[in-house]
Write a protein that binds this ligand. Structure first.
Ligand code: PGA
Length: 280
């Protein structure tokens, strides 16, 4: 059996780039991917104020534009928020949900991640749900428990049939913006744990019924994020359960982001050939 999962390279620009700077960066990326085949699904996630410019600049190219966050309600008296309806109307295709910076600084919880995931699926935005442990949690040996809890909480009350577009990103908090990368083999191990958690979640028995056997975890792309750079991405994407990268700092400069897209291209070529799935 070979993996059919898509390869995804997403750039999370965080609170960086004015509209003009966004156009410059997006144009440089467009120029270099134009006419190329075997590209990974490549997503630029600018701040809300540069989404329009990114969409205009990438029109007619294979690049997609995602949001870094959104409200889970369609409209209403929620000062400062942006709704999924607004994002879809602009041409946004993807949305990052539950990034650790949202969890750390803006009160995001497992419960609000679940609400946002439901809203993204309802509005046909491709959700990239972020999970990952803090340094303290890792040192206390809680990595697996934290990741499993975050994944299961995100999926609460969501039918397996609705998860067709779901993407999960494993982003250990201690590796984000720190230059400390998680060892590729360890990231791959956690990616397998994430798949196993999804399978278990959808294999629970309803009272009085025979438990279904789910393999949803095998088809969900799992990305790694946390100090991804041109120098470490090849090693990560060579592993069978890491389907792509969620890139922060290195997505802000074309000369750093383009080699990461190239690494994604290599994975697109070999996936289905050399990359055997874990079978976990
Ligand atoms: P980093 O950020 O690549 O700068 O570590 C990753 C992220 O926060 O998604």
């Amino acid at each position: 059996m070979t993996t059919q999962r898509k390869t995804i390279i997403a750039g999370n620009w965080k609170m960086n780039k004015t509209p003009k700077e966004a156009r410059e960066l997006a144009s440089a990326i467009v120029a270099s991917v134009k006419g190329k085949s075997d590209l990974p699904e490549t997503v630029l996630c600018p701040p809300f104020t540069a989404i329009h410019d990114a969409i205009e600049t990438t029109k007619g190219s294979p690049l997609k534009v995602g949001a870094q966050h959104m409200d889970y309600r369609d409209e209403g008296a929620f000062t400062g928020e942006i709704s999924p309806v607004m994002l879809v109307a602009m041409g946004v295709t993807h949305v990052i949900i539950g990034h650790s910076e949202r969890r750390q600084f803006f009160g995001e919880t497992n419960a609000t991640v679940n609400l946002r995931l439901k809203a993204a699926l309802k509005h046909k935005l491709i959700p990239i749900v972020c999970v990952g442990e803090t340094l303290d949690e890792r040192e206390e040996g809680l990595t697996d428990a934290v990741v499993r809890r975050q994944v299961a909480a995100a999926l609460l009350d969501i039918d397996e049939a609705q998860t067709g577009t779901l993407v999960i990103a494993y982003e250990p908090v201690w590796a984000i913006g720190t230059g400390k990368t998680c060892e590729a083999a360890e990231a791959n191990r956690v990616a397998i744990l994430i798949r196993g958690t999804v399978n278990e979640f959808y294999s629970r028995a309803e009272s009085g019924k025979k438990p279904p056997k789910s393999s949803a975890g095998e088809r969900i792309p799992v990305l790694y994020g946390g100090s991804v750079k041109p120098s470490n991405v090849d090693e990560q994407l060579a592993l069978p359960d890491i389907d792509g990268s969620l890139v922060g700092g290195a997505s802000l400069k074309a000369d750093e982001f383009l080699p990461i897209i190239e690494a994604g291209k290599k994975r697109v070529k070999v996936s289905g050939a050399k990359l055997a799935p874990s079978g976990a």
